[in-house]
Design a binder for this molecule. Sequence first.
Ligand code: ARG
Length: 298
Amino acid sequence: MAELAWGRWYAAVEPTAYRIDYVINPFMDPADQPDPTRARDQWDAMVATLRALGARVDVLPQRADSPDMVYAMNLGLALSRPDGAADRVVLSHMRYTERRAERRSAGPWFADRGFALRRVGADGVGPCFEAGDAFAWGDALVVGYGPRTDELGLKALATELGVRVRGVRITHPAMYHLDLAFCPLDDRRAIVCPAAFDDASAQELLALVPEPLVIDETEALTFCANSVVVGRTVVMPACPPRVRAQLEAWGFDVVLLDLGEFHKGGGSVRCLTNPLDVAIGRDLPAAAGGEVVVPPLQ
Ligand code: ARG
C-alpha cells in the first residue's frame, strides 16, 4: 500500500475568539466554556506537532464574530494541482447562520494564496456544503450529506469540480460531519464508523475501503476518527487500545494530542486543520462533466 500523497500542507485558525456561544451540535454547551489559555496551549502543541512531522501549517487569524472559525476544516474544500500549486477552493456554505461570516475571511485568504474561489451556494441561497463532509478517496470525492451538507450540493460539487462524487447519508446526530466517522489512512485503509450512516451508505462506504478499520459508536465519540495523517504517522486526540493495535500492526506511528478544550465545540485535530494539498489528477481522478452516485432510497 502507498502512503497518502496529501496531508503535508494545512490551514489552521488561531484560536483568539473561540467560545461556545450557541448550540449547533450535541457537544456544545454554553455553560461549559473552554479555558482560553489551555485551548491556546493545546492548539500551539498541535501546530508544533504537525510542523515537526514535516507538514506546512499556514495560519489565518480568527474573526471576532465567528467563535467556531477555529474549525478550519470547514472553511472550504481546497484543491491543488499535482505539482503542488494552489488551484481552486469551494467555499463552504454553512448550514447555520452563526458560521456564515467565516466565508468573508476565508475567501480573501484563499484567493491571496492563489486558489480560485468557487461555491455551491452562499448566504442561505443554494445548497449547503461544509467541507468537513468531503474527502478524496479512491475514484471519487466521498461526501457525507444530511446534517450539514445538502444532497443537492453533491451534484453542484461534481459539476463545479468535474469529479465523481459518492454521497453517503449521515444519520447520527453526533457525527454530523463525515470527518467524525471516516479517516483515510493510506491508499487502501481508512477508519470507518458504520454507525454514523444509514445502512445502505454504511455498506457503500465499507465497500469502497479495501481494508477498513471499523470502529463502533463509543470509539468514534472519542474523536479518534477525527485524526490527521502525515505519511505513516496518525495524529490523534484519542486512540482506543483496539484501534492502536490495528494501526501499529499496519505500521503506523500514533501521536496523541490533548485537544479536550476543542472537543467542547465538537471538533478535534481534523476539524482544526484543513488540507490544502489534495490534487485532482493525483488523489482524485477527473470525471468529465461530474457524476453523482448516491445509495438507493430505502
Ligand atoms: N462547532 C462546530 C460546528 O458545529 C464544530 C465543527 C467541527 N468540524 C468538523 N470538521 N467536524 O460546526
